[in-house]
Design a protein around this ligand. Structure first.
Ligand SMILES: Nc1ncnc2c1ncn2[C@@H]1O[C@H](COP(=O)(O)OP(=O)(O)OP(=O)(O)O)[C@@H](O)[C@H]1O
Ligand SMILES: [Mg+2]
Length: 230
């Protein structure tokens, strides 16, 4: 994207953040966009080592901020304007993505977070990113179910929940499932158990729709995480 275009698309603080990341070698020119949502943009770039990166930018937009569910806003800074809160929210997303990566969940490798921008491994080839699992569903049902449920269980044991798990947040890259979008992730506790159950139900109903008959009962999966959460 040409520098002139940046100026039209981003607010000044976002431009400053991008410029800092560029100065530090984490990004260069942005290409794409790979995705333009109401709350965020995702671009492709290359870092100073020639590594391909995906750049997720949370919009500094008051209307986008108003849509962040209260339970998510409360986990971050309780004070400060919406810009600071969006930055905090971005850091939370990065921290949960890092936790997942560190315990061996198949996710894009996290590289850097600064203000409202996070960079991570680009999942795809050339200028094209990998398709979402909702579209590219030509995978081995049983292997994918085991891996995704295994990831839910391991994240649960590590104390957190993805929070928005669905085939819209799973990419199919070279036949393997990559979990993305940790923007709704949260700590697991008795009071957030419903979000864990929602993730499990989403995955189960998706696999049932795909004709897979080996889904496990949600209670059973919860029990694998912690017997006291039955
Ligand atoms: N690491 C990545 N590599 C390639 N493409 C990516 C990567 N991360 C995200 N994308 C693309 O960008 C899209 C949007 O990303 P993501 O799901 O994280 O954000 P979102 O749903 O817009 O965000 P939010 O829920 O935070 O508003 C994805 O569906 C995917 O196509
Ligand atoms: Mg998403």
């Amino acid at each position: 994207m040409e520098k002139k275009t940046y100026l039209k698309v981003f607010d000044l603080k976002t431009l400053e953040a991008l410029s800092k990341l560029e100065g530090d070698g984490y990004i260069s020119n942005l290409t794409g966009p790979l995705s333009t949502g109401k709350e965020s943009y995702v671009f492709k770039s290359v870092d100073s080592n020639g590594r391909e990166v995906a750049v997720k930018i949370h919009r500094h937009d008051i209307n986008a901020f108003k849509k962040i569910p209260t339970y998510l806003v409360l986990r971050g800074s309780k004070s400060g304007g919406f810009i600071r809160r969006i930055n905090t929210w971005t850091r939370y997303e990065f921290n949960f993505l890092s936790k997942a990566f560190n315990i061996g969940i198949r996710v894009p490798e996290p590289f850097r977070v600064y203000e409202n921008v996070l960079t991570m491994q680009f999942i795809g080839e050339g200028e094209t990113n990998a398709p979402l699992a909702v579209k590219a569903d030509d995978f081995d049902r049983s292997r994918w179910y085991d891996e995704i449920v295994g990831s839910i269980v391991n994240m649960g044991k590590a104390g957190f929940i993805h929070g928005d798990l669905s085939p819209y947040n799973i990419m199919n890259f070279k036949g393997d499932p990559y979990l993305i979008d940790f923007s709704q992730a949260l700590k697991l506790s008795p009071s957030t158990l419903d979000y864990l159950k929602r993730d499990i139900d989403n995955i189960n109903s998706w696999f049932i729709r795909l004709g897979f008959s080996g889904t496990l009962r949600s209670q059973e999966i919860v029990k694998m995480i912690n017997k006291s959460y039955e």
